[in-house]
Design a protein around this ligand. Structure first.
Ligand SMILES: [Zn+2]
Ligand SMILES: [Zn+2]
Length: 276
């Protein structure tokens, strides 16, 4: 929590510089911290303000002044910023309901009854044939050995690695509503995109524009690029417009998404060219 009362905090010797005011030369020894995180200023021993408020991001854990002010002071603004990039609960719920338990990238279903062993076996056969094959092999081996294994009770007979594979398959099929344009890219683009897009358009990308993804597809998304626009648009049409491209293309939100994807790809191409 940010302190409710303005205060002075000493600058440790390791961070003391010389005053920038003409002919002063005193050491910069303290900070004045106002009642809002936007008012953090450095002062010299002769009380000269060192030109301009310092951005509070500089004092956060990865900032250049990290550690000079208590980390817990910055929790609320950090949480607020994180929330500014989160899909709204209502939209998340709607998206998952409309998804009918299916990931829109891999089209696999999440298991509706992950605790019922007969169900899980049938679910794997349809959705995770790779894991199912391992279960089937172990299952047959148990039958051959005369174990009392059954369709409703097989998990405890599986070797440990197969049990783990089944558990992971179930966990990784869990669905969530994920940003069409991922958060890392939104964060990067925020600075430049806001000058070209309205606040409402940006908040649409950050808070509303999502698709249902399973955990394994979510984890497999590229971390330094973006899927092709046509693929993402197609998934969005499937998820939000029941596959009706005509209806989607007439909607304001789809136009906003199309424009944003175009911008995002242009931005990434520019960034790659600058890095090359
Ligand atoms: Zn001074
Ligand atoms: Zn998936």
């Amino acid at each position: 929590m940010w302190p409710a009362v303005a205060q002075q905090v000493a600058v440790p010797a390791s961070h003391q510089t010389r005053c920038r005011t003409h002919n002063c030369g005193e050491l910069v020894t303290y900070m004045r911290v106002g009642v809002s995180p936007n008012h953090i200023g450095f002062f010299c021993a002769a009380d000269h303000f060192q030109g301009g408020w310092t951005p509070h991001a500089d004092f956060e854990p990865d900032g250049k002044y990290a550690g000079l002010l208590p980390a817990e002071w910055f929790e609320a603004p950090r949480k607020k910023r994180a929330k500014a990039l989160m899909i709204r609960d209502g939209i998340r719920y709607e998206t998952l309901m409309a998804a009918n338990d299916a990931c829109c990238f891999c089209r696999r279903l999440r298991p509706a009854q992950p605790k019922r062993q007969s169900y899980v076996r049938a679910w794997m056969q349809q959705n995770r044939p790779d894991v199912y094959r391992r279960v089937a092999l172990a299952f047959d081996a148990c039958v051959a050995a005369g174990e009392p294994i059954a369709a409703t009770d097989w998990m405890r007979f599986m070797p440990e690695d197969v049990q783990i594979a089944v558990k992971h398959a179930i966990e990784r099929s869990d669905l969530d509503a994920d940003h069409v344009i991922p958060v890392w890219l939104l964060k990067e683009m925020r600075l430049t995109i806001e000058t070209r897009m309205s606040k409402a358009a940006f908040s649409f990308l950050a808070n509303d524009c999502c698709i249902p993804l399973c955990r394994s597809c979510n984890a497999g998304r590229p971390t330094n690029s973006l899927e092709p626009s046509n693929m993402l648009k197609d998934r969005y049409i499937q998820s939000k417009f029941g596959g009706n491209a005509k209806r989607a293309e007439q909607s304001k939100e789809f136009k906003a998404l199309a424009q944003a994807l175009e911008y995002a790809h242009a931005y990434l191409a520019q960034r790659a060219a600058a890095g090359a």
